[in-house]
Write a new protein. Structure first.
Length: 426
């Protein structure tokens, strides 16, 4: 049954059917062909139980927070400030792309929203300053992936909800790997542009006076991140409450800068509704599919397959990593998470691996899926913002950053403390 379900999943996705609908169709198919019981009678209870959680309220709040920052003009000012600070490095403005993506990752919680924000602001500068379009666009696509690793992360919230793992601990666990990966992105960019200076565009310099004057543009984002994350770890607010606080603060920041208007609010709310509806459809569809899979015995079949492989716990872990890399080529990231977590995580936990640590490892693997063809969403988002060139250029430009992610996977396996240090310390 494992192979038939996998083939059916890939086949339906190849028809461009929405992912949430695909999950429901697979659930109905399993009920019809693989179960002796009428599982569809449990659909109402599954839909209600999968959506009746206060934890999930954090998702629309964090999405709205990011929408307000994007449409309120905060992104442009942040980008301009980081450009002045990073222009001296080999690669110049490419580092501003990564730095802006890192800061917005620390507020929006969405990789696609982060990539779209930075691409919209940065792309007009690429041709003007002579940057290589492959490296420039690839860095934006890769930098956007940090949105699901650096807290607050919508994907970490979903992981915590599905695995009953502490979301504050997951947020802490993702912070150090996320910042390390952002630094590694900048390092690989500087290295590439050091060996091939023509890729890094025309050189520019800014005086220290301009640099320090621009810091005021970074204060709103830094203050917002401090309030949202600090309120969680100080014990003053739950993740859901901190998300609501973040929305109020983002509105205040946008209002002070003159970015709040009726059109802006309408677009931000509509964007939030669209993204949240998509996420909830996928979560509910995945819950129903997992219910039918478990009832039909697929969980026991997969467990038996992994345990009967004769591999050690570490060997099984590498098999799981390989599985996520391969599936990431074909399945959208959130769908990949919710479709596999209820099956894979219990097996990994039974082997003695920490669920918080594995959550961070999984997110890094999911990040790779965002910039690997043919379904890498960030590749299409950046190409859409370019309005010229080919998608292949974005793919080639993102390749060095995908290798950095693969190296981070290896680092997390060798040094689990990268993810577990902060949760243990705090």
């Amino acid at each position: 049954m494992i192979w038939s379900v996998s083939i059916a999943l890939l086949g339906l996705l190849s028809l461009s059917i929405p992912v949430g609908i695909v999950l429901f169709i697979l659930g109905f198919g399993i009920d019809l062909f693989a179960s002796p019981f009428p599982l569809i009678r449990g659909l109402g209870q599954v839909v209600w139980s999968s959506s009746n959680s206060s934890t999930l309220i954090a998702i629309p709040f964090f999405v709205l927070l990011g929408e307000i920052l994007v449409r309120g003009g905060v992104a442009e000012r942040t980008y301009s400030s980081l450009d002045k600070w990073f222009s001296w490095l080999p690669g110049g403005l490419v580092h501003a792309n990564i730095g802006t993506a890192t800061l917005f990752s620390a507020t929006s919680g969405s990789s696609v929203a982060t990539a779209a924000t930075v691409a919209t602001v940065a792309m007009p500068q690429a041709d003007k300053l002579g940057y290589d379009p492959r490296l420039f666009s690839g860095a934006i696509a890769a930098g956007g992936t940090l949105g699901i690793l650096i807290p607050p992360s919508i994907n970490l919230i979903v992981y915590g909800f599905l695995t009953e793992t502490s979301i504050p601990r997951l947020f802490l666990a993702g912070l150090i790997p996320g910042l390390l990966m952002a630094a590694a992105f900048m390092a690989i960019t500087a290295l590439i542009c050091w060996f091939r200076p023509a890729l890094g565009g025309s050189s520019r310099s800014f005086g220290w006076g301009e640099r320090f004057a621009s810091l005021i543009q970074l204060l709103p984002i830094i203050a917002l991140f401090t309030v949202v994350i600090g309120s969680i770890y100080a014990g003053w607010a739950t993740p859901t409450e901190s998300a609501a606080i973040g929305v109020a603060m983002a509105l205040l920041i946008a209002a002070i800068s003159g970015g709040v208007g009726l059109n802006m609010l309408r677009e931000a709310l509509l964007g939030t509704i669209r993204i949240t509806a998509m996420i909830m459809l996928v979560i509910i569809g995945a819950y129903f599919l997992n219910f039918t899979l478990a009832s039909a015995g697929l969980g026991r079949e997969l467990t038996g397959l992994l345990q009967g492989s004769g591999l050690s716990p570490m060997g099984t872990l590498f098999l799981v990593i390989l599985l996520y890399i391969v599936l990431g080529f074909f399945i959208e990231t959130l769908s990949l998470m919710v479709a596999t977590i209820p099956i894979i995580v219990p097996i990994v936990a039974e082997l003695g691996f920490d669920k918080v640590w594995f959550g961070v490892l999984m997110i890094v693997l999911i990040e790779m899926a965002l910039i690997t063809p043919p379904v890498g969403l960030n590749l299409y988002v950046v190409q859409g913002a370019r309005k010229s060139g080919t998608l292949t250029e974005v793919m080639v430009g993102a390749l060095p950053y995908a290798l950095v992610m693969l190296a981070m996977v290896g680092m997390l396996v060798l040094f689990p403390g990268l993810a577990l240090f902060l949760p243990a310390a705090l």
